[in-house]
Ligand binder design. Structure first.
Ligand SMILES: [Zn+2]
Length: 374
């Protein structure tokens, strides 16, 4: 992974490159961003840059032997630790480890911006109880006790340390504080607040913000040609999450606009029989489409909020959406929009935790009806 393959984040990249160039590099870095930020790709690009034998002021060279290995994630001086879920206790630990590492590499190659759920489903695990096992701390210490093979530095990338078993986390404290010479820890987290304070205090945080709309727009334009209006819609729904934008690009789903507007109209009419039918229809959608519908709904609530608060001029909606926002804003107050948005967010939360989609949508429909007609 090269820095140039990652859209946006110019400031972060420049700072990291400068720290390598000037040799002012903390030995333990925490790449911290929200879920959907490109923290892992940045850590991967950073390690390729460190190992590169011919780096320049803006990126690794991409062609030297070290880059060739880094780009396939087989550089012998870059080590990986990542969460696993529902794997049986393999008798042959060594064999299991090397098999999972192969799957990890092919995941990074095929879905460089992928998330935890995608990693776990890529090797057939279940999206539950992901964990970095307690034995991993032993493995980390063992890997780092060796001299570098080819590079001047050794790099240990720990993806999602918030999933570390507490004894694994405690097990690495000492080496994190006093690592062997020329060793760099890159901890890549989506939930820094869940990490042990003793881990946080031993690392220097590099904040990775979500991408801007223009970065996602540019990336899609370059890599996934499509109609302008569809791209705009995806950019708006993705809210800085490139991986989500790519999922939306692949989904064959119809635009949610009609479905969402119909649903709100039915809530307004308090047509309960029709709301039950609609909830059943939502239940039949796949998980991504369910999430998209709600994310789209949230973006419409935001637009309505702008409209009601008199800031409609900065609104981004056009055409049928504009009409929806206009009509909806007439029948609803600021506080009610906020209430509905909160309930939609809660529904997203429950969907992600495998709640029954039918119940979640029915419950949400009733709450929206109630908010519109107190
Ligand atoms: Zn190179």
């Amino acid at each position: 992974m090269m820095f140039s393959s990652i859209p946006g984040l110019h400031e972060v990249k420049e700072k990291l490159i400068a720290s390598v160039q000037t040799g002012h590099l903390a030995h333990a870095l925490l790449f911290a961003g929200k879920s959907g930020s490109l923290s892992l790709p940045v850590a991967l690009a950073f390690s390729q840059y460190v190992h590169c034998q011919n780096k320049n002021q803006t990126d690794a060279c991409g062609t030297c032997p070290a880059c060739s290995k880094s780009s396939k994630y087989i550089h012998p001086d870059t080590h990986f630790v990542f969460p696993l879920a529902n794997t049986k206790n393999e008798k042959d630990e060594e064999y299991f480890r090397s098999e999972m590492l192969k799957k990890w590499r092919s995941f990074l190659l095929s879905q460089p911006f992928g998330n935890l759920a995608e990693w776990i489903s890529s090797y057939g695990g279940e999206d539950k109880q992901a964990l970095i096992a307690r034995e991993e701390s032993r493995e980390i210490i063992r890997a780092l006790s060796l001299k570098p093979f080819e590079s001047r530095s050794k790099i240990m990338i720990i993806w999602l340390p918030e999933f570390m078993h507490p004894s694994a986390a405690n097990g690495i404290l000492k080496i994190l504080e006093e690592p062997p010479a020329q060793t760099f820890f890159l901890l890549v987290t989506n939930a820094a607040e869940q990490l042990l304070p003793t881990i946080l205090s031993r690392t220097q945080t590099v904040h990775i913000p979500l991408l801007g709309d223009e970065d996602i727009n540019g990336y899609l334009q370059q890599h996934h040609p499509m109609e302008e209006s569809k791209r705009q819609e995806i950019v708006q729904i993705a809210e800085g999450d490139l991986n989500f934008a790519l999922q939306l690009t692949e989904s064959e789903e119809e635009p949610h606009q009609t479905r969402f507007a119909d649903w709100m109209r039915t809530c307004f009419k308090k047509d309960f029989a029709k709301l039950i039918t609609a909830s059943e229809a939502f239940h039949e959608l796949d998980k991504l489409a369910q999430r998209n519908l709600l994310t789209y709904g949230l973006s419409m609530m935001r637009e309505s909020l702008l409209q009601v608060s008199g800031a409609g001029k900065i609104s981004r909606v056009k055409g049928a959406e504009e009409k929806f926002v206009h009509d909806f804003s007439k029948i609803i107050s600021l506080s009610k929009i906020e209430l509905i948005a909160r309930q939609m967010n809660e529904a997203v939360y429950h969907l992600e935790r495998n709640g029954s989609a039918k119940m979640i949508f029915m419950n949400l429909s009733l709450q929206i009806s109630k908010a519109i007609h107190p």
